[in-house]
Design a binder for this molecule. Structure first.
Ligand code: 6GU
Length: 226
């Protein structure tokens, strides 16, 4: 059973992605527990505010150290975390290999930032991994966290119905996945490749491998570099 704790200012943003499809099923089947923690509950003042102007001036508020520190330490008092992850556009780019590693963890804590970010000292004191989901800026870390959790949870053994299906995903072997088809055999003049109808599994495998390589070469040549 994996446990994921998420500290956020917008828990409602994460409720629907975790309440449907694979992530919901993983929780229902006992593979996963997700707990959302509202950072405002750890505010040290009656207005429940958690941010302040940044030293040195400049536009944008910064989340203060005290509420985050309180939230993290109260969770750490209950259990040890394999990783404490901060979702941030200046983190390491999320790749399948990281998802594979994280799918083996027992306890993960995810911190979502907002505004201009969080006080740098939180990163120094608590964060073990900083993750970005791409080279563009989101309004906050929540949607990125939902993507991270989705990519990790589907790799937990037993979560997917067909145990092999995660193994044939794009990226899992360093290549994009080959094209797939289902009935009808012809649509608007476009035919399903004959080899897929041949009933010869060796030929089908060989065709899929060629297709995966070709697709990767044209769409993502960077994946073939090493
Ligand atoms: Cl993790 N957070 C934000 N705010 N923006 C992002 C991101 C994360 N990854 C890419 N852009």
């Amino acid at each position: 059973m994996m446990r994921v704790d998420i500290i956020t200012l917008l828990p409602e943003l994460l409720e629907s992605p975790f309440g449907a499809s694979i992530i919901k099923r993983a929780q229902d089947k006992g593979h996963l527990q997700i707990y959302l923690h509202n950072l405002r509950d750890f505010s040290d003042n009656k207005h429940r505010n958690v941010d302040d102007y940044q030293y040195g001036g400049g536009a944008g508020m910064v989340i203060r150290v005290e509420p985050i520190s309180k939230a993290i330490e109260s969770l750490q008092n209950e259990r040890a975390y394999d990783e404490i992850i901060y979702m941030t556009p200046d983190g390491e780019l999320l790749e399948q290999t990281t998802c594979n590693q994280l799918s083996l963890a027992e306890n993960i804590l995810i911190l979502c930032g907002h505004y201009k970010g969080i006080d740098e000292r939180i990163r120094e004191l608590y964060i073990t991994k900083e993750i970005s989901i791409g080279s563009y800026v989101l309004s906050g870390g929540e949607l990125a966290a939902s993507i991270l959790v989705d990519a990790v949870v589907r790799l937990i053994p037993g979560v997917l119905n067909d145990e092999t299906s995660a193994l044939t995903d794009s990226f899992q072997d360093g290549l994009l996945a080959p094209p797939v088809y289902t009935r009808p055999p012809e649509f608007k003049g476009l035919k399903v490749p004959q080899v897929l109808l041949s009933g010869n599994p060796k030929e089908v495998d060989a065709w899929r491998e060629v297709q995966a390589l070709q697709k990767t070469k044209t769409k993502r040549p960077d994946l073939l570099k090493d």
